[in-house]
Design a binder for this molecule. Structure first.
Ligand code: AMP
Length: 229
């Protein structure tokens, strides 16, 4: 068969496009981290500037697009000035966000919406989803992992005691998330404490999946971990 110039060019472009689609997926990310935070561990830090009462339950920090090679696309087009007043997210979803995704810091007229807007502009815009679909998935996935109950049913609770990392991981192993620690000082000593639990969510946002080997970073050291009250 003989191909003319235009046909050769077409074949070359199609081949290049399918190669690019295969190597860097067309969405620009491979999965999400759904990041849940333990409010006490956010707020027992120096200069945390938290509001007076913080929830005694895990709350949402965000849902961040990630690539398998460790990248996290950020600040894509589609930013919003204010999530709540944008008209892009329905009232039911905003209500769930107010309950599950509070701003823990002081200040502002609508601190929750300020926090969501920061998270949308930095991370959500790179999901290639509409705000309504993105935020609905964040609250639905977060509600599907009843973290505190899961830990409690394994006798792990926020009581300032130290727990073995292996026990925490075993308690959560149905989801196989990443446990992230920060440091806290108490009684003249420094401890690693549970700060965030990062779940892996498949790219369409519809299911929590095992993080597996995707996530190698460790922030909890080798010793026991405090679960702060
Ligand atoms: P990110 O930019 O998504 O990595 O989030 C980090 C920023 O969010 C930092 O400025 C934190 O101080 C802030 N942050 C984290 N959790 C909260 C929270 N619950 N409320 C308000 N700000 C937060």
């Amino acid at each position: 068969m003989k191909l003319n110039g235009a046909a050769v060019a077409t074949v070359a472009v199609v081949t290049l496009l399918s190669f690019l689609a295969g190597t860097s997926n067309a969405q620009g990310y491979d999965f999400f981290y759904l990041v849940m935070q333990w409010p006490r561990a956010v707020c027992n830090q120096p200069r945390s500037n938290c509001r007076a009462a913080v929830p005694q339950t895990f709350t949402i920090h965000g849902m961040w697009p990630q690539t398998n090679s460790g990248g996290s696309p950020q600040n894509c087009p589609g930013s919003l000035r204010d999530v709540r007043s944008s008209g892009r997210v329905d009232r039911t979803t905003l209500g769930a966000m107010d309950r599950q995704w509070p701003n823990l810091k002081r200040g502002g007229r609508d601190p929750n919406s300020q926090f969501w807007t920061h998270e949308w502009n930095k991370h959500g815009t790179c999901s290639r989803m509409q705000p309504q679909d993105y935020f609905r998935r964040v609250v639905d996935r977060a509600a599907s992992v009843d973290l505190l109950r899961l830990l409690r049913s394994n006798r792990i609770q926020p009581d300032n005691r130290l727990y073995r990392q292996a026990d925490i991981e075993a308690a959560l192993n149905v989801y196989d998330p990443v446990v992230k620690c920060n440091d806290v000082r108490s009684g003249g000593r420094s401890y690693k404490q549970i700060h965030e639990i990062r779940f892996c969510v498949q790219r369409d946002g519809n299911r929590v999946v095992s993080c597996g080997r995707r996530t190698q970073f460790r922030s909890c050291g080798n010793g026991d971990i405090r679960f702060s009250r």
